[in-house]
Design a protein around this ligand. Structure first.
Ligand code: ARG
Length: 582
C-alpha cells in the first residue's frame, strides 16, 4: 500500500473528472511536522487554481466534498495559498496495520505491469588488471540496493557488470610481460603482481617511444584476434574476475559471473557500427580517424564537439563499445529503461554515446536512459580518499579494516553475552554493514568525507543505531513470549505514539517506490533511521510488556513485531544482515 499514491491518484481523478487541466503537477509529500501540517501534504495548489481559472472557494468546496467520502481521511485543511493538509483516520490506520501484519511482504504490492518493463542496471563495472579500490564501493553497493529494491517491487531487472577488459592497458601489460619479463603466460600470478606490472608498464609507456609503439602493436594484434595474445589476455581477465568476486561475496553484493557482460563481448559489433555510422553520414573521416560531430555538445572553443569512434590505426574506443552496448541492450535485451551507476565524471562520455546511438536509430524513443551520478569519497583533506602515501585504498583492505574495527567496537560495548565465535560472526556483519550503511545513507550525487568515527557509532543515522533498535524489538518479543499467531484481536490505536509508529510502518512501499524511481538508497536509510527514532519514543512513553490490559499489550506487541520485520526487510534490501544482539 502506497498512501502517497492513493492521495495523488484521488486528486488526479478529481482534477480530470472536473475537466480541470490535468497537466499541472500535484505533489504529495509526507509531512515532517505532523501536528500542524497533517500526515500528508499536497503542494502546488495555487498552480492547480491558476491553470484552471477557478476560484479557491469552488475548488475548496469540491475537494472537501470528494475527499470527505474517503474512509482513509479524517479531515483536510486548506492552507492558502498553496497547501492542503491531510489527516489520516485512526480507524483506517488500525485496519491497515492488521492487513500488513497478515502479509508476508508487509503488504508491499507487486505491480504486474512493471513485470513487463525491462530495466537494465549497469553498476560496479570495474576495469580489469587492477584491484577494486575505494572508488568502486559506491557504484557497487548503490547499484545493488536499487536492484534489490526494484526486484522486491516486482520489476524485471537485468544486472549488468560492464567490466573494462578491452582497453589499451592490455597492450602495455602484454608488452611488459613479453618484452621485459620474457613471459608468455601468466598462470599462478596474483592480481597484486598484475597491477604492479600495469603501473610499471604505464610509466615506461609514457617515457619510452619504442615501448609505447610495441604496446600499441600488441593491442592492435589482440583486438584483431591473435590467438596467443587472446589466451594471455583471457588469463589476466579471469584472475581479476576471481579476485573481484571475493570482494562481492564479502560485501554481500548479489553480482556474480553470470552478470558480467564485458566490453570485449561487443568486439564483433564494432566494425559494423563504424561502417553503419559512416554510411548514415553520422560519422566522417578526419585525419584518418572516424569521428562523429555533435552539435548539441560544444568543446571549449564553442565548436561542435568531436567524438572519435575509430583511431587512424584502426583501434576502437570506449565510446565505440558504449554505442555497441546500447544497441545490444535495446535490440537484443529489449530494454525499456537503462540506468548507469557511474562516476559523475563520465557524464559527457555517456551523454555523447547516447546521442550517437539515438541518431543512428539504435534506441527507440520511448527507451529511458538515466545516468545516476555517483559522487566521490574524500579523505580528511577533501581530496579523493587515498593512503598516506597517496595510493588508492584497496576495497578489500578497507573492508578488512572495518571488520577489525567492528570487533573492537563490539567488545568495548559488551562482551558478556557473546562467545568468541559469535563475536567473529557479528564483527563481520557489523563491519561490512556499517561501511555499507555509512555510504548508502549519503545522497549518491554528492561527494562526502570518509570518517571512521561516523561509521561506528550508536548515535545518529548509522547502521549500529538501527541494529540496536532491531535488537531491542527482538528482546521485547522474546520476553513477551507471544507468537504472531496468538495476536488475534483487531488492532486499534489508543495513543499518539502508537499512531506515529503505525503511520511510519505503513510507509514502507511508498519509500521503496521512491528509492527505485530515483535510485536513491539514502531515502530508505532515512526512513529506517526515523522509524528507529519513532520506535524509541514509543518504547519510552508506552508500557509494552506491562500494558494496562492484555488487549493493549497485544496491540503494542503487534507494533513491535511489525517494527522488527520492517527493519529486517529494510536492512536486507540495503544488503545488510541483521544481528539479534548488539
Ligand atoms: N569501466 C568503467 C570505469 O571503470 C565504468 C563503466 C561504466 N559503465 C558503462 N557502461 N560505461 O570507469
Amino acid at each position: 500500500m502506497n498512501i502517497k499514491q492513493i492521495i495523488q491518484e484521488k486528486i488526479r481523478s478529481i482534477v480530470t473528472f472536473e475537466n480541470f487541466c490535468d497537466s499541472v503537477e500535484v505533489r504529495v509529500r509526507f509531512s515532517k511536522n505532523r501536528k500542524t501540517f497533517g500526515d500528508y501534504q499536497i503542494e502546488g495548489l495555487s498552480n492547480i487554481l491558476k491553470s484552471n481559472r477557478i476560484s479557491l472557494e469552488t475548488f475548496k468546496r469540491k475537494l472537501c466534498y470528494l475527499f470527505s467520502k474517503e474512509e482513509y481521511i479524517k479531515s483536510i485543511k486548506i492552507i492558502e495559498p498553496n497547501f492542503i493538509n491531510i489527516f489520516l483516520h485512526e480507524r483506517w490506520i488500525s485496519r491497515q496495520i492488521d492487513t500488513i501484519f497478515s502479509k508476508d511482504r508487509l503488504g508491499v504490492s507487486q505491480d504486474n505491469y512493471q513485470k513487463k518493463i525491462v530495466t537494465i542496471i549497469d553498476y560496479s563495472s570495474p576495469n580489469m588488471a587492477k584491484n577494486m579500490h575505494v572508488g568502486h564501493l559506491r557504484s557497487t553497493i548503490i547499484g545493488d540496493t536499487v536492484v534489490r529494491v526494484s526486484k522486491f517491487l516486482g520489476k524485471k531487472v537485468i544486472k549488468a557488470n560492464h567490466i573494462g577488459d578491452w582497453g589499451t592497458q592490455f597492450g602495455m601489460i602484454i608488452a611488459y610481460l613479453k618484452e621485459i619479463l620474457r613471459k608468455n603466460c601468466v598462470k599462478n600470478i596474483t592480481l597484486e603482481k598484475i597491477e604492479d606490472i600495469y603501473q610499471r608498464s604505464r610509466k615506461i609507456f609514457d617515457q619510452n617511444g619504442r615501448f609505447s609503439h610495441i604496446s600499441r602493436r600488441y593491442i592492435q594484434q589482440l583486438q584483431s584476434g591473435d590467438d596467443e595474445l587472446l589466451t594471455l589476455w583471457n588469463d589476466l581477465v579471469q584472475i581479476t574476475i576471481l579476485e573481484n568476486q571475493r570482494i562481492y561475496d564479502l560485501l554481500g553484493v548479489s553480482l556474480n559471473k553470470g552478470d558480467i557482460v564485458a566490453e570485449s563481448f561487443y568486439k564483433d559489433m564494432l566494425q559494423d557500427i563504424v561502417e553503419d555510422l559512416k554510411q548514415k553520414k553520422i560519422a566522417v573521416i578526419h585525419n584518418g580517424a572516424v569521428v562523429v560531430y555533435l552539435d548539441d555538445f560544444k568543446n571549449h572553443h564553442g565548436r561542435s564537439s568531436a567524438v572519435m569512434i575509430q583511431k587512424s590505426d584502426g583501434g576502437y574506443l570506449y565510446a565505440t563499445v558504449e554505442i555497441a552496448c546500447l544497441k545490444y541492450r535495446c535490440e537484443k535485451l529489449k530494454a525499456d529503461r537503462i540506468i548507469y551507476y557511474v562516476d559523475s565524471r563520465q557524464t559527457r562520455h555517456l551523454q555523447q554515446s547516447w546521442a550517437i546511438a539515438r541518431k543512428a536509430g539504435y534506441i527507440k524513443k520511448r527507451v529511458k536512459l538515466e545516468h545516476h551520478q555517483i559522487g566521490m569519497i574524500l579523505g580528511e583533506d577533501k581530496k579523493p580518499f587515498r593512503t598516506r602515501s597517496g595510493r588508492n585504498i584497496k576495497l578489500f583492505d578497507l573492508l578488512k579494516e572495518s571488520i577489525t574495527r567492528a570487533r573492537k567496537f563490539i567488545v568495548d560495548k559488551n562482551s558478556e553475552h557473546l562467545n568468541k565465535r559469535s563475536i567473529s560472526r557479528t564483527a563481520r556483519k557489523i563491519g561490512i554493514g556499517s561501511v555499507k550503511y555509512s555510504d548508502l545513507s549519503k545522497n549518491r550525487k554528492t561527494d562526502y568525507v570518509f570518517d571512521w568515527n561516523n561509521v561506528f557509532s550508536f548515535i545518529g543515522n548509522t547502521s549500529s543505531y538501527i541494529q540496536y533498535t532491531y535488537s531491542r524489538t527482538k528482546s521485547l518479543i522474546n520476553r513477551s513470549n507471544i507468537s504472531p499467531k496468538e495476536l488475534k484481536n483487531d488492532f486499534y490505536l489508543s495513543d499518539r505514539y502508537e499512531r506515529e509508529l503505525s503511520i511510519q510502518l505503513l510507509r514502507l512501499e511508498e519509500v521503496l517506490q521512491d528509492v527505485s524511481k530515483m535510485g536513491l538508497p539514502n531515502i530508505l536509510c532515512c526512513y529506517l533511521y526515523e522509524l528507529s527514532n519513532i520506535f524509541s519514543k514509543f518504547y519510552e512513553h508506552c508500557a509494552i510488556l506491562h500494558s494496562i490490559d492484555d488487549i493493549q499489550k497485544e496491540n503494542r506487541i503487534k507494533l513491535v513485531f511489525l517494527t522488527e520485520r520492517t527493519i529486517k526487510i529494510g536492512l536486507n534490501l540495503l544488503g545488510i544482515q541483521t544481528v539479534s544482539k548488539m
